[in-house]
Structures are given as C-alpha cells and as structure tokens.
Design a protein around this ligand. Structure first.
Ligand code: F6P
Length: 521
C-alpha cells in the first residue's frame, strides 16, 4: 500500500473489518442492498456483496481525493496531454459526444462529425445495396481484419447485438495463424465481400500480413482495380494506408489521441455499423456518452465508474485478491472477458508510475472470466472451493435476450444463486461439501442487452480503468510492454525462413524441436 494518510486509514479500517464476513455485514445492516446499489447510464451496480461497509466507501473516496481523481477526470475531458509518455490526450469520449474539445488549438468536433457522417453514408450504401462490388453484386459479407483494440470491441459488439444484425455477415481475422484466414474466407465470394482493414498504425504485422493476403484474394479473382470496391481501411495513419494501396476515399481516419483499445467508437467500429446499421451504432455511442456525462458530473460517492474502480483497489491492494473474474450471464457476451483483458491489463498492467518510478502497490489483477451458465460447470468449482480467492463481476440483463422467458428466469436464478453462494457459503460435516463463502462480487444489471446498455457498460469499464490508473499513478494509455516480444519475433522470423539469425540458445533449441516435428525450414 502507499504510505499516505488516506491509505493508512484504509488499512486500519481493513484490519478492524477483518473478522467480519460479508453475510455478517448483511445481518448487521439489512438495508445495505439499497445503500450500496448505484446507477449509471441505465445500469445498476450492486456492491452489497463486496466486503465493504459504507465507512469503507468513505475511506476509499478519501484515497481517491488524495490521488486527485476529480482533477484528473477534468484533465481527461479537457483534452490535456495526459498520455505523458506519448505526449497526447486520450479523447475517445469525444467520438461519442457533442462537445467542442480543443487539441493543439483546433476544435476536433467538426472533424469527428465529418468522419461519422462518412461512416453513415458508406455503411448505409453498403447495407442498402447502392454500393456494389466490382462485378455489380451487393456486398453480403464483411471480412474485418485487425487485432487487439482494432478487433476486440467490434467483435464483442457484433456478437452482443446479434439480434440486431440485419446487414452483411461479418467475420473476423485477428490471428496470424493461417487457419484463421482460411476459416474466415471459406465459402465467401470475393465479388460480394468487403474487406475492412482496421489498424491504428497500419503497420501491425499480423494485420498487414492478413490484409495483404485478403487483398490478393480479392485481386486474383476480380483484378487490381477491385480494391476500390472491396477494401477499406480504418486507421490513424492515413498516409500509410494510401501507400499500401487504398484510394484516399477508402480510408476512414481517426486521430492518434484515440487509443487502440478505446477505438471501437471510431471508424474501427465500421463493421458494427455494417452489421447492425448506423442507428444501432449511434445508440451504442449514446449509451457510452451518457456514462461520460455521469462520470463527469455524478458526485464521487455515487459515481459508478469511480466506485467500481475503488472497490477493485480495495480488493487488490487491501484484501490481496490477485484475480478478477467477469461472469457474463449472456451467451452473447462471450467475448467480454477478452475485451476487458485488453482494456484493463494492457492499460494498467504496469509496474512503474507515469514518471517512471516503481508504483509501490500491486496494480491490475489478472482479468479473466467466462460465459454463464456453462462456466458454472467448469471453473466455478474453483471459485467456490479453491485455495485462491477471485473477486467477480456478475453481469446480467433484466430483460430476456431470447424468446423463451422461462429460460431467462433460470438464467437469472443461477446468476443470483452463484453470487449468494460465493458470499454465504455452506458449512457441512463433510469437509468436501463445505464452501467457505465470504467471496466478494459486484452485480451489474443491464435493463437489456441492447446497443445503449452495451455502450454504457463498456464506458463504465473504461472509466474504471482510468480511475484505477489515477490512484495507482499509472499512465493507462501506453503499452510498451508488448514491444519487446515484437522485436524478438522480428529476429526469430528469418531463422524460420531458413536465413541466418542471432538467436538465444533457448530459442534455437525450440526451433530444433519444431523442425524435428516437421515445422518450417
Ligand atoms: O498489442 C498492442 C497494440 O498496440 C494494441 O494496443 C492495439 O490495439 C493493437 O496492438 C493493434 O494495433 P493497431 O491498431 O495499430 O494495428
């Protein structure tokens, strides 16, 4: 923990609370359900199954105050260069708002609106069939190529909003594994396929190699000119996209002040608009914008992203919980854990603060999770009786996501049962049946799984990450940790292509193993 008055007070409170179980806190304060449930962007966040009291929240808010969370939020929205290592603002919120924000003396709103209009015109034309492929066919399929933030958000949104999908079918290629390319292209016809290359930098190896293969697939069938009708780019590096061979008008730009993992709100979201229509995409943006407004204006004591962040800090830094499970009680949220892994772990998986000094506290926990109820028949055993404790977020939709109401009732019963079981546990004579309980969770209740609620949910998590970063002193908007592996891969690749390479003996050894098992020479 940090050695400051607010952290010390929090630690003293933790020690005083240590012997109290969460269900005992419920027995002492039966109104804690109401007292610890807050709303944001239409979503209810119930913190009453956390090992916290109202006093805990007050002390956590002192930590937030001491860390300067409120001024940091103001700086974020004002477009200050809070990404200090890359010397730029983080203004993804501007993409879903209607406010005039100035970056380097220029109001960015007119360009944001222009880009959004271009997306609207393009996606309407493709969906409506006015945009035709090189041979005059309507576009029926989209191959979305991108990785990390250039794929995870659109993939999650399209899966989550599948009931709205009335446009071309979207398939994703993220991995450089050639199987992914083969699988995505199987059964597709170039003449009715649109390739969307999403890459902030337009240099990411996996994306550019996959994009080149997809472009060849198009041009081999339809000729070189077909690129204009079948390939578009979403990027912050328009120059590179044009150099790569895209006509200017096929490039949908966004700014470098949109972080990759915050880019689904930009032209990176075009596959979403193609799949569900621009109205749905606008609603997604509106849901996120509603949360932005609440995040800026709700008092900290009922500010959901702030509280979600602070409770995460309590679990991580005071109770020593090393991992956090995201449990989506919605089959259409299967990609949420992967999305949040990038959002939280790439942002806050850091060990030095924004000035380069050791942070001095544990930072981002391991984020993982599953789709429920199938996860109940897999890893929940570990959650209930394992030797480690994970904190959990249960995510449920109040209204059903399919036609069978009773299925939904069963789904809800299971969600509520799991969080109760984790908290209450059970004592039995047979030790193998006993569940210790006292395991903490938050339940986030969406009114329904629609674009607005999804936008709100993702924005809540984005702002949670920002608040945690502020308290830990981290810059959440860079990701230098991913660079080293990329550099080493660049050294190893020539060896796999049969060329001389300067290799670590451990790598040379594994290359030998691969070769003996028939791998590339
Ligand atoms: O893995 C690092 C990363 O830079 C992510 O932050 C980003 O979302 C992803 O790679 C893809 O980058 P790009 O959009 O530039 O292709």
């Amino acid at each position: 923990m940090k050695d400051t008055p607010a952290w010390r007070a929090l630690a003293a409170h933790r020690d005083a609370l240590a012997s109290q179980r969460i269900d005992a806190l419920w027995a002492r304060d039966p109104k804690r359900g109401e007292a610890l449930t807050f709303h944001c962007g239409g979503i209810a966040a119930d913190f009453s199954k956390q090992k916290v009291t109202r006093e805990t929240l007050g002390l956590l808010l002192d930590v937030a105050r001491e860390s300067g969370v409120a001024p940091a939020i103001s700086r974020l929205f004002a477009g200050e260069s809070i990404n200090n290592t890359e010397n730029r603002p983080a203004l993804h919120m501007a993409l879903r708002g209607d406010e005039h924000v100035t970056v380097d003396g220029t109001d960015v709103l007119p360009e944001i609106e222009r880009n959004r209009d271009r997306t609207r015109v393009f996606t309407n034309a493709v969906r409506g069939g006015q945009w035709k492929g090189a041979t005059g066919l309507k576009i029926t399929h989209v191959v979305a190529i991108g990785i990390g933030g250039s794929a995870l958000g659109p993939q999650l949104a399209i899966e989550a909003l599948r009931d709205r999908a009335n446009g071309p079918e979207v398939r994703f290629i993220a991995n450089i594994d050639p199987a992914e390319l083969d699988d995505a292209l199987t059964g597709l016809k170039p003449a009715s396929t649109m390739v969307v290359v999403a890459s902030k930098t337009f240099t990411t190896q996996e994306t550019m190699v996959n994009a080149a293969a997809a472009r060849t697939w198009i041009t081999a069938a339809l000729g070189a000119d077909a690129v204009a009708k079948h390939v578009i780019g979403a990027t912050a590096n328009a120059g590179e996209a044009v150099k790569w061979g895209l006509p200017d008008c096929n490039v949908f730009p966004f700014h470098d002040w949109v972080g990759g993992r915050y880019s689904l709100w930009s032209s990176v979201g075009i596959p979403i608009a193609l799949a569900i229509g621009m109205q749905g995409f606008d609603e997604l943006l509106a849901g996120a914008h509603a949360v932005d407004l609440a995040f800026r204006s709700d008092p900290p004591e009922r500010n959901v992203p702030v509280l979600l962040a602070l409770i995460g800090i309590w679990n991580r830094n005071m109770l020593g919980i090393p991992s956090h499970a995201v449990l989506g009680y919605a089959s259409r949220l299967a990609s949420l854990p992967a999305y949040l892994q990038q959002l939280e772990m790439e942002s806050n998986g850091k060990r030095v603060d924004a000035r380069g000094k050791p942070v001095g506290v544990e930072t981002c926990p391991v984020i993982w999770g599953g789709t429920e109820t199938p996860g109940q028949h897999a890893f929940h055993q570990w959650l209930h009786q394992g030797t480690d404790v994970a904190s959990c977020d249960f995510i449920v939709s109040a209204k059903p996501m399919g036609a069978e109401l009773d299925h939904h009732r069963i789904l809800l019963a299971n969600a509520l049962a799991q969080s109760e079981a984790l908290m209450a546990g059970v004592e039995t004579k047979e030790p193998w049946r006993a569940c210790p309980g006292d395991r903490m969770s938050t339940t986030l209740v969406l009114p329904q799984l629609d674009p607005r609620s999804l936008g709100a949910l993702l924005a809540i998590y984005e702002h949670k990450v920002f608040v945690q970063a502020t308290v830990w002193g981290i810059n959440p908007f860079d990701q230098y940790g991913v660079e080293l592996g990329k550099t080493i891969a660049g050294r190893i690749l020539p060896a796999l292509r049969g060329k001389a390479a300067d290799l670590h003996p451990a790598t040379r050894h594994l290359l030998g193993v691969v070769a003996r098992l028939g791998g590339p020479h």
